[in-house]
Write a protein of this length. Sequence first.
Length: 394
Amino acid sequence: MKILVLGGDGFCGWPTSLYLSKAGHEVVIVDNLSRRQIDVLLEVHSLTPIASIHQRLAAWEKITNKTISYVELDVAQEYDKLVELIKTAQPDAVVHFAEQRSAPYSMKTPKTKRYTIDNNVNATHNLLCALVEAGSDAHIVHLGSMGVYGYGWSGSAPIPEGYLPVKLDTPDGELVREILHPANPGSVYHLSKTLDQLMFAFYAKNDQLRITDLHQGIVWGTQTDETLLDEALINRFDYDGDYGTVLNRFLMEAAINHPLTVHGSGGQTRAFIHIRDTVRCIELALTNPPKSGDKPKIFNQMTETYTVKQLAELIAKLTQAKIEYVPNPRKEDDKNDLVVENQQFLALGLQPTTLSEGLLDEIEQIAKKYADRIDQTKIPARSIWNKTLKASQR
Ligand code: NAD
Ligand code: USQ
């Protein structure tokens, strides 16, 4: 397959591009390097020393004799260039990672809220519109988020894969319909993902675009078989208060004897997936596209659920780290149930990497190895959208 990977320089996009290239697909990375620019603005850097995009691609070619091409393009702003690219490249599929992906960053300031909506909504809409204008039948595989469902809304009822059956009473009797699961975002970032869903439903219906939306949980881990091939291929690892996700932050904190920063009581249950499984799921999604005219195919891309407290206790047990319960900077329930259906990927053959298999490796091979690169002033979460906490700090 010829595949455009939008956002292919990022944490999920880079290992996915390598995985697909190794599997024999022709890969074109499209990225505007905005994630690297945000690091510069925030004065932070990846815990792992990531090479420039050109060094990465040269290393991949040297080691594997395979070429990945790169196009620097802002998907949200450079619409005409995107249409041209689709017309000339004639891709069979487009994997769309090109969005601002941090909830805390999206809630930091009015500027970052507006940037997140402008960037994410425009990027997705430009892609949809460009495929129609270019007359392309390429299958879109988009990275969405488990957070579109919200947390705790349905109690202990399993969250279905995208669609919810509802019964309607009509004068002629009962009608059963499948609707998009109600959206209940917890941040402007998650809000942008719920808007993406509506655009997908519309373009699948109106233009018969073939779309798969992957509602992914929190990705943990760093390396895949391909990124391990050379130091220049190493994946990024975000640890700062804005971009670091919970499990990776706990691993980094444990490596430097910093207390594990549990927000609130730690009763928040979240869904997780290892980066190795992310890349496998994407290939499975690419090779099992919906048909033209189908509604978007939605998968829940996650393998395990844990409470934040359970994660902290697990890591504390492995490393003797201390746990600190800090006031929650976010507006979210202190405690929630989360049961998720993920049968579709399991049925396609996904064999999950569990926390018990991967954690020690992450601690030794990544967190401890690069611990001297950690800037401790960047660890606290400073984006506060919990109004009570904000008021108490004035
Ligand atoms: P990332 O920030 O590391 O990567 C995103 C990439 O997209 C970056 O390289 C960035 O430069 C690029 N990009 C952003 N806007 C762009 C634009 N307008 N034009 C071109 N390139 C642009 O993020 P990630 O962690 O790799 O996440 C990728 C996708 O997966 C995101 O959509 C995110 O919402 C989703 N996701 C991530 C996680 C996670 O835990 N990391 C979990 C669930 C879903
Ligand atoms: N948390 C802590 N301590 C920390 C950091 C986070 O207790 O030091 C808590 C948060 O309050 C939250 C939970 O951990 O309750 C998860 O936070 P997170 O930053 O790991 O994840 P989140 O903000 O939900 O976002 C991440 C990715 C996003 C993706 C999402 C998948 O950044 O791109 O969409 O995970 S999901 O959560 O399933 O929606």
